[in-house]
Write a protein that binds this ligand. Structure first.
Ligand code: SF4
Length: 320
């Protein structure tokens, strides 16, 4: 965990007092409404790509190279879907058994919506699918080890939130869950199911959470009290409490990042930055760091901020 973020992180027990079932007044503006000054947009996933490796950003956002989802990513999507649906149930019914009962139906729904997911497993290999569903159920056990959903009534789930910074840049992304206390305090919760190395993974996750905190601060005027990472695999809670000064600095960082992206785009110059995350990169065959050659730089017209791949937020759980 780099720099100042480390000092302010703490691993704590779950369920802040007061963040339980309470009516919530949602003051979030319409995320599809874009001010006319906006000329670009950026999601936390794409911004984190550029921070991690400029060439990875180019492959994903400019070349838009397809990526076959990994079993881990799809498991993340499935677990997020189950946790999302779990809160549809009455509070008393949000038990481990109910969550387990949601796994297979949610998997069926995902495969119906995205038939290519079925190709993750050899055709007819029911045992492989069973093992996959059991592993998802195992992550849900990790969830119940750190939280009791019967005591929570989230204000938002899988919500697309957005804000404009620096007059011209729309930042937006899907947050997994937002809890609002009776006194208006906000807690942003992100479920983590992946198996990437903790130090690299947590820096990216925290960057994403600060992104959401900045959006919430700019749209609601409230600095979230807690940014919470729930590591389901390890049944761990990681809390971080930002302050306004930090979010102001973070906002400058985001704007500077965007300016760096624009400069790199104008120069068609996106350099590889090898790290341990290369082990998870789908594009190593095209990466000069691994002996590959990137495709010719695509010629593109002016981008629409709302449809540009550079700003398309990752679906909940897909960025594990
Ligand atoms: S393999 Fe590593 S250095 Fe190359 S594009 Fe992927 S993340 Fe970047």
């Amino acid at each position: 965990m780099p720099g100042a973020a480390t000092a302010a992180l703490s691993h704590r027990c779950p369920n802040l007092p007061g963040m339980t079932a309470e009516p919530v007044i949602d003051t979030q503006p319409d995320p599809t409404a874009t001010p006319p000054t906006v000329r670009a947009s950026l999601s936390p996933s794409r911004a984190a790509d550029f921070k991690t490796c400029p060439l990875l950003y180019r492959f994903r956002s400019i070349d838009r190279l397809p990526e076959r989802p990994t079993v881990e990513q799809v498991r993340g999507t499935l677990v997020h879907a189950v946790l999302e649906r779990l809160f549809d149930l009455p509070a008393a019914a949000r038990t481990p058994e109910s969550a387990g009962d949601l796994v297979a139906p949610q998997w069926d729904r995902l495969v119906t919506e995205q038939p290519e997911l079925a190709t993750l497993f050899p055709e007819g290999d029911a045992a492989a699918v069973d093992g996959f569903l059991r592993s998802a159920a195992g992550l849900l056990e990790g969830y119940f080890a750190v939280e009791d959903p019967r005591r929570l009534e989230p204000a938002e789930r899988e919500a697309l939130i957005s804000a404009v910074v620096d007059d011209e840049l729309l930042i937006r992304g899907y947050l997994d869950r937002l809890d609002v206390a009776p006194d208006g305090a906000l807690r942003v919760v992100d479920y983590k199911t992946g198996g990437a190395p903790r130090e690299a993974f947590e820096a990216r996750a925290l960057f994403q959470l600060k992104f959401y905190a900045l959006v919430l601060w700019r749209t609601r005027g409230v600095v979230p009290r807690v940014l919470r990472l729930l590591y389901l695999k390890d049944a761990e809670v990681c809390d971080y409490s930002p302050d306004a000064d930090e979010l102001l600095r973070f906002e400058r960082t985001v704007v500077a990042l965007w300016q760096a992206i624009e400069q790199a785009t104008a120069r068609q110059d996106f350099r590889p930055r090898p790290s341990r995350l290369c082990d998870w990169c789908s594009h190593r065959a095209l990466c000069p760091s691994f002996g590959g050659t990137p495709p010719p730089f695509p010629v593109a017209g002016p981008a629409d901020p709302l449809t540009d791949a550079r700003s398309r937020p990752a679906a909940p759980g897909a960025d594990e």
